[in-house]
Design a binder for this molecule. Structure first.
Ligand code: IVH
Length: 676
């Protein structure tokens, strides 16, 4: 294939994949089978591999994220991003309408009501229909350039359909889907990490990641609701409804429902109706936004210093209840984290009776000055677990008792330490440092037996707590020495269940390697990480002996996780556990390992960029040989590039390499490197 043909085919494929992406992610109406889609996508990927110069930032393949960056650059919005005045009161909605009517006397006012998406505000810049820059709101004037992260959001169009103005800013909100948020939190808890408090925090935390490959895996999505600066548009909009329909037509995800209202009563009815249906949306909403529909009237209404006079947010009261805090208990998880739990006078809230709520950590209790005996407000607003939001100070009697956070583990009296958590987006927690702590031992047993690990039926809370209490099991390796006689000493244990449990344990010996890895409960290693390790390494011993660098080279394993794995296998106790599992006859070999490229050459792990025509090697041959030697081939030159291989008529990539001081090789030099 000539470069010209490749470029033509690339454009065709990109357009086709883009349109299927839009159908799927924006309209939730797939237009092609998964299989056919995969075929197109693969062809695009293969083509880009052969012709790396065809990879542009708006290619559908770039949604998976790229090289991590070191910081977000500040960027100025072309028009400021204002906030909205808000209210919880219907009377204030009426006052608002009357106020606007006084500014625009004698004219009929038409309003649009939209869901207020509870996410993170975004400014998206498009030039000639192409997404070029995306930024957070920041202080309203200057935000952070998070373009690389936004490119991973599947329903954000990289290129618009139809005619687009030379320059335009689109305003919207990035959110995490409710379902995605709950799943993400479950995974985090399974990995021994702290759960995110709510979907908005986790969307904000995700967008702050410097590694866009992590962002690509977070269930983020966009909703747009307006325009910022627009320059050189042919078409002039008269109303907000027209703006929304146009945004939808060119490929943006817009609110699924809006209401047009002509009176205060209609507005309040719309707000009510939205409240009834908003729980069915994929995202959290915290209110309704009321906006004047006519853009000319908006101009006449004008702005205050921070907000438009033509719009207002009506906020729905969070679902809260008051109840008495009877006690604070401490839960010790399998990783030793001490979580304070509020034991409450049972109270009915948003469809269920709540008797316990999380207090997150010691700092949180202190910050909110929560005392045992207090009347507290609890909330269930997008949170998976209800949380205590604060104390009802007016109900204090003086008999409340400040809570003394334990200085030792309440389960084993062992030493506890404050441990800074992953990425800094998690509050520091106390952790019990005693690996023999019965609560941890039991937690590890439950985790080992769980569906996502060794899948041993019967190994739930009830039985494992008995095993620990009766001193029958001190760690997961002890399971493999259990006898029927021992199990029958447990209260209310029947012979049949005991036999079933033993059979389950025996069957677990030949489970796939990733299940065993996951079952070990290494901090930060979830099912995905365990599977990735089992694909990249042949045996458990290879993983145990791998350096942090080698572990980091594994897909899906970042530095923090790699370090955690490395540390785990350097711990004498864990080494002993592994030997006992080996002796018990457990499977340590991966059936899913993919043959890995040799990693001992000067090429391994290095990034190459090919440019120009090489004297003998075709570009794809050169790329294949680099990859076979464990190197990576990329389409563009950056600080992260190790070598640029330049042939005849090398262009801008060579110049850029020279500017950045990247090593430049000719073909003979490359061959020498490959041969070494
Ligand atoms: S319009 C100039 N519409 O709420 C007014 N904002 O509390 C621009 N928000 O900063 C905002 N959904 O981040 C508008 N349908 C919607 C919205 C919405 C969520 C956010 C937005 C804004 C904040 C104000």
């Amino acid at each position: 294939m000539t470069t010209g043909q490749a470029s033509k085919r690339h454009a065709e494929l990109a357009t086709e994949v883009r349109s299927h992406d839009e159908a799927y992610y924006v309209h939730a109406r797939p237009t092609i089978s998964d299989q056919d889609y995969d075929r197109l996508y693969r062809e695009l990927l293969d083509l880009e591999k052969q012709f790396p110069e065809l990879v542009t930032p708006d290619s559908p393949t770039q949604r998976v994220g790229g090289t991590p960056i070191s910081e977000f650059k500040p960027v100025q919005h072309l028009t400021p991003m204002l906030s909205l005045d808000n209210t919880y009161s219907q009377a204030e909605v009426r006052e608002f309408v009357q106020r606007v009517q006084r500014i625009i006397p004698g004219e009929t006012l038409e309003w649009i009501v939209e869901p207020k998406v509870d996410g993170v505000a975004m400014n998206l810049r498009f030039e000639r229909g192409e997404f070029v820059l995306g930024a957070t709101r920041g202080d309203g004037t200057t935000g952070d350039d998070i373009t690389v992260n936004l490119r991973t959001i599947r329903n954000l169009p990289m290129r618009l359909k139809g005619e687009a103005p030379p320059l335009m800013e689109v305003r919207g909100e990035v959110y995490m889907t409710r379902a995605g948020f709950e799943q993400l939190n479950k995974q985090r808890v399974a990995r021994g990490e702290e759960a995110f408090a709510n979907a908005r925090n986790s969307a904000a935390g995700s967008l702050k990641q410097l590694d866009s490959r992590i962002v690509a895996k977070r269930p983020l999505a966009l909703k747009v609701y307006g325009l910022g600066k627009v320059e050189g548009a042919k078409k002039n909009f008269e109303t907000h409804s027209e703006v929304l329909s146009w945004l939808k037509a060119v490929g943006f995800p817009t609110p699924e429902k809006t209401w047009q209202c002509c009176s205060e009563d209609e507005l309040l009815a719309a707000i009510d109706e939205l409240d009834k249906i908003r729980r069915d949306f994929a995202y959290e909403t915290d209110g309704a936004v009321i906006k004047l529909n006519s853009l000319a009237q908006r101009e006449r209404a004008g702005f205050t210093a921070k907000a438009p006079r033509w719009a207002m947010a009506y906020k729905y009261a969070a679902e809260q209840a008051e109840t008495k805090l009877k006690a604070i208990t401490i839960q010790v998880g399998r990783t030793g984290t001490l979580t304070p739990v509020a034991e409450l006078e049972p109270v009915f809230l948003a469809g269920s009776t709540i008797a316990r709520a999380t207090l997150h950590n010691e700092d949180e209790i202190r910050r909110k000055d929560i005392r045992v005996g207090d009347t507290v407000t609890i909330e269930k607003a997008g949170e998976v677990i209800p949380a205590v939001v604060g104390v009802v100070i007016t109900k204090r009697t003086g008999n409340e008792v400040a809570f003394e956070f334990p200085r030792r583990c309440p389960e084993c009296n062992g030493e506890i330490q404050r441990v800074a958590a992953m990425g800094g987006d998690i509050a520091a927690a106390w952790r019990c440092m005693n690996p023999d702590c019965p609560a941890q031992v039991q937690g590890r047993l439950v985790h080992w037996c769980s569906r996502g690990s060794m899948d041993i039926e019967g190994g739930g809370d009830v039985l494992t707590s008995q095993l620990v209490k009766n001193n029958l099991v001190k760690d997961v390796a002890d399971l493999y020495n259990l006898t029927l006689e021992q199990l029958l000493t447990i209260e209310r244990m029947g012979k049949k269940s005991a036999q079933n449990f033993l059979e389950g344990i025996a069957a677990s010996k030949s489970r796939e390697l990733w299940r065993l890895i996951h079952g070990l409960g290494i901090l930060h290693v979830g099912v995905g990480g365990a599977k990735a390790l089992a694909r990249a390494f042949h045996t458990l011993d290879e993983i145990a002996n791998a350096s942090v660098e080698q572990l980091t080279e594994t897909n899906d394993i970042g530095e923090v996780i790699a370090q955690s794995i490395h540390d785990w296998f350097r711990n004498a106790r864990n080494q002993n556990l592994i030997e006992r599992l080996r002796a018990a006859g457990l499977n340590f070999t991966s059936s899913t390992a993919i043959a890995r490229a040799p990693t001992n050459s000067a090429v391994a792990g290095k990034t190459f960029v090919l440019t120009g025509t090489l004297p003998t090697l075709k570009r794809e041959e050169a790329a294949a040989r680099i990859e076979a030697a464990g190197g990576k081939v990329s389409g563009s030159v950056s600080k992260k590039t190790d070598f640029v291989v330049a042939g005849e008529e090398a262009g801008s990539k060579l110049t850029k390499a020279q500017d950045l001081g990247v090593a430049i090789l000719d073909e003979p030099a490359l061959l020498k490197l490959l041969g070494s």
